[in-house]
Design a binder for this molecule. Structure first.
Ligand code: SF4
Length: 352
């Protein structure tokens, strides 16, 4: 069995409000194997970022608290660590990059100084050596003329260039795990592809594992080894990229795949949307939390929460349709009419 760098078990994080504790994640469990990329996908409000911030123990600075569960990194439970211990882990062993590079950079320091600062803090390097390594990091994230760029301020760079600087800062101390929270969402489409490719190359180069959070199934198709689908704070499906793209089992995952832009021509010109909206975390529906939006909801779904069940291949889903056998209306059932579409470089996906 492959060695795990991160094992999350039943992680529940809440925010104390006037109306009581609101769960932003509910018993989330997921694993990342060493050297692999796990993508966590779902709409805004599904609990992806809260999961990442909980692992980093940054959620406490955002007003949240972990109420239950474990996050084992290299066999050590991060939930039990003090914030002092986490200071040594964050940045050096686990690094995180965020959606908006401009908000991650300090406008009053040059980019070289900001990378050097991280190196001096975690590696205790001399000023001169930290500067040399920060220029080298800019070179490794493919920034041209790194000696000149190191002396520039963030406002002198484009969004894509700033994201490269943020990646350089994150990787400067050679972390074992990189958490990337929507790293391309704030960038132009053409730059997005470059940054994704860069992340994949650097993952190999630095021998890292990666947890990539995205709402974009197209991004997941490009980079994921495994995919976890979250909805309204809970994991609803998990499997290999092939499981999710070729044999999706949860209706929410099927809806996300159908909503990928660029495929509308193959389905008659209309872009599919999942009806309704994700519920507020203070008002999660009883039973299956997806039932108000689900095309296949049954009476059972409105009252009983489906457990997350694992098939023999390791593909997991939380849906009562797994119990309906021959009457299963989901795509892939041989009784259903199917059309086939292609997503990115993935093989065919079947839709009803
Ligand atoms: S359990 Fe029911 S409501 Fe939930 S996804 Fe499955 S069919 Fe839809």
């Amino acid at each position: 069995m492959a060695e795990k760098i991160l094992e999350i078990r039943n992680l529940t994080t809440g925010f104390l409000t006037d109306g009581g504790m609101v769960k932003a994640t509910d018993r989330v469990s997921l694993d990342i194997e060493k050297g692999k990329t796990l993508c966590v996908v779902g709409e805004s409000g599904s609990g992806k970022s809260v999961t990442a911030l909980s692992v980093m123990r940054l959620i406490e600075y955002a007003g949240g608290m972990i109420t239950e569960g474990e996050a084992r990194f290299d066999k050590q439970d991060l939930v039990q660590k003090s914030q002092l211990d986490m200071l040594n882990i964050r940045g050096s062993r686990i690094a995180m990059i965020f959606q908006d590079p401009m908000s991650a950079l300090n406008p009053v320091f040059t980019v070289g100084e900001q990378i050097a600062e991280s190196l001096r803090t975690h590696k205790r390097l001399s000023k001169k050596e930290a500067w040399r390594q920060s220029v080298d990091m800019l070179r490794r994230v493919r920034i041209p003329d790194p000696e000149i760029r190191a002396r520039q301020y963030p406002h002198e760079m484009s969004g894509g260039m700033c994201q490269r600087v943020v990646i350089a800062m994150a990787l400067a101390c050679n972390p074992e795990l990189l958490i990337a929270d929507e790293p391309t969402s704030a960038l132009d489409v053409t730059v997005q592809a470059q940054i994704l490719e860069l992340l994949l190359q650097l993952k190999q180069e630095f021998r890292m594992s990666m947890l990539l959070i995205t709402h974009d199934m197209g991004v997941a198709a490009e980079v994921a080894d495994r995919i976890t689908v979250m909805y309204a704070g809970a994991v609803v499906e998990e499997g290999t990229a092939a499981d999710i793209f070729e044999r999706p089992r949860h209706p929410y995952t099927i809806g996300l795949l159908q909503s990928i832009p660029g495929l509308e021509g193959e389905r008659g010109g209309e872009l599919y949307t999942i009806r309704g909206a994700i519920p507020p975390l203070s008002n999660i529906p009883p039973g299956c939390r997806f039932h108000p939006r689900c095309l296949y909801a049954m009476d059972l779904c409105r009252t009983n929460e489906p457990p997350l069940r694992r098939s023999l291949s390791g593909h997991m889903a939380a849906c009562w349709l797994d119990d309906t056998g021959a009457e299963d209306p989901r795509p892939g059932n041989p009784n259903n009419r199917e059309t086939k579409v292609t997503i990115g470089n993935r093989p065919e996906v079947t839709f009803p």
